[in-house]
Design a protein around this ligand. Structure first.
Ligand code: NDP
Length: 449
């Protein structure tokens, strides 16, 4: 608590009091508040006008029942969530997560992060997030469809291209967005392309959206490397996860000359010293939807599988945690530092614990927080919305250039702001303050909202 001054501390205490048990949300709020001390010192009106207080309270929180029939004909009940956190800059925007660990505290942490991330992109999008405690693992495609249809049968009344625009996240990819969009269209009788992003390319989706989060994180690391005249060439990289973000981070790192030697899923990790075979990984995870261990069978003994652990044991120059929150703790951070890691960029949302971030900062490891490093996904979602609004579709090359330019801009704004507020080179401080000020000023301009 010592990092917060008294006024910020009071706000944090109130957040704890109003949101009991929501530990991930507390963590996300604390992380932002701990960067705001110099802002409050310079601009006390943000506290006086209770802007920070208001920002910590979602504009709207929706919780609903999702009943559906499994293949055996048994009724299943899940809980659905949508937290519409802040619409000062634009319609609520943020993904849907389907994972058994989802509860209100997870959705609120993700929604809160999303406010600042979306602001950092410089595009007109507010912050929101949603999901369900539904576990897609082991479910048939028909069960997934029935679940998505039931989920949308409630969610449709809360969303819209000018209101709230969901997308994917853990457990929600192109297939699920398709099922959700189809049900929205049936209920509303509107072909409202801009209501969801991550759509298929032939029905309103954008080139590069699938790749955007992973590619964007790698563009961000490339910007960090450039600040010291360095490049990806020959760098040894470790990624965690083997889902959407991880796969496309690996793809871009390989294109830029780096070598990714490890990735994971929730059952363990693969080490492949010659570099992950991306085609094989895509076949196992995207086409066959199998566990990561199946990768080993396809590699004829060239790779190893380590069960029950994440990739942080593997020596590397750069680490890109891309699985889930709090997957990299203090011990992992100490091991990465000892093994020579120089850059850690969060492909996932809040994958590093506060202790890990502290250790990285103290050791001079360049640390890129998720709200900056993984903002390429939502930025490209906003580009998808632009294309939908203008009934247009852009080429892969043009869209990728836009993504690279956005990541360059975010990187620069983080550095400039960190300089301005006395924390040169600190991407966390730069990201939190830049994201905060833009939203705070919009809220002040819009009256008591
Ligand atoms: P996916 O569902 O495609 O992949 C998630 C990966 O992480 C899987 O390999 C999964 O393994 C692993 N994983 C999930 N939970 C755990 C866990 N508790 N322990 C260990 N491994 C786990 O999700 P995404 O790639 O889309 O998302 C990954 C992260 O990136 C999340 O934090 C998400 O919020 C963030 N993000 C995603 C964006 C996007 O555009 N998709 C945008 C910005 C951020 P398994 O399959 O075994 O569960």
């Amino acid at each position: 608590m010592t990092a917060l001054d008294q006024k910020l501390h009071d706000i944090y205490d109130e957040v704890l009091h109003r949101n009991p048990g929501e530990t991930e949300f507390h963590q996300a709020v604390y992380e932002v508040l701990s960067s705001l001390k110099p802002v409050v010192a310079k601009h006390p009106h943000y506290v006086d006008a209770a802007v920070i207080h208001r920002m910590c309270e979602p504009e709207r929180q929706i919780i609903f029942r999702v009943p559906w029939l499994d293949d055996a004909g048994t009724v299943q009940i899940n809980r659905g969530f949508r937290v519409e956190f802040n619409s000062a800059l634009g319609p609520y925007k943020g993904g849907l997560r389907f994972h058994p660990s989802v509860y209100l505290g997870i959705v609120k942490f993700l929604g809160f992060e999303q406010i600042f991330k979306n602001s950092l992109t410089g595009l007109p999008i507010g912050g929101g997030k949603g999901g369900s405690d539904f576990d897609p693992k082991g479910r048939s495609a028909n069960e997934i469809m029935r679940f998505c249809q039931s989920f949308m049968t409630e969610l449709y009344r809360h969303i819209g291209e000018y209101t709230d625009v969901p997308a994917g996240d853990i457990g929600v990819g192109g297939r699920e967005i398709g099922f959700l969009f189809g049900q929205y269209k049936r209920i509303t009788n509107r072909y409202e392309s801009g209501v969801l992003t991550g759509k298929g390319l032939t029905w309103g989706g954008s080139q590069v959206r699938t790749e955007a989060t992973g590619y964007g994180a790698v563009f961000f690391v490339d910007e960090i490397l450039k600040t010291s005249g360095d490049a990806f060439d020959g760098k040894r990289v470790v990624v965690s996860g083997s889902g959407n973000v991880a796969i496309y981070a690996i793809e871009k790192i390989h294109q830029l000359g780096g070598v990714v030697v490890a990735c994971s899923d929730s059952s363990g990790y693969v080490v492949d010293d010659k570099g992950i075979d991306l085609e094989l990984l895509k076949e196992v995870k995207e086409d066959r939807r199998e566990r990561l261990q199946a990768y080993i069978d396809g590699r004829g003994g060239a790779a190893d599988f380590v069960p029950g652990r994440l990739t942080w044991d593997v020596p590397c120059d750069i680490a890109v945690p891309s699985a889930t929150q709090n997957e990299l703790n203090g011990e992992d951070a100490a091991r990465l530092i000892k093994n020579g890691a120089k850059i850690v960029a969060e492909g996932a949302n809040m994958p590093c614990t506060p202790e890990a971030v502290k250790l990285f900062t103290e050791a001079g490891v360049k640390f890129a927080p998720g709200k900056a490093a993984n903002a390429g996904g939502v930025a490209t979602s906003a580009l998808e919305m632009q294309q939908n609004a203008s009934r247009d579709s852009w080429t892969f090359g043009y869209t990728e250039q836009r993504l690279a330019a956005i990541m360059h801009g975010i990187h620069q704004r983080c550095l400039d702001t960190a300089d301005e507020y006395g924390a040169p080179g600190n991407y966390m401080v730069g990201a939190n303050i830049t994201g905060f000020i833009q939203v705070a000023d919009a809220m002040l301009a819009q009256g008591l909202i």
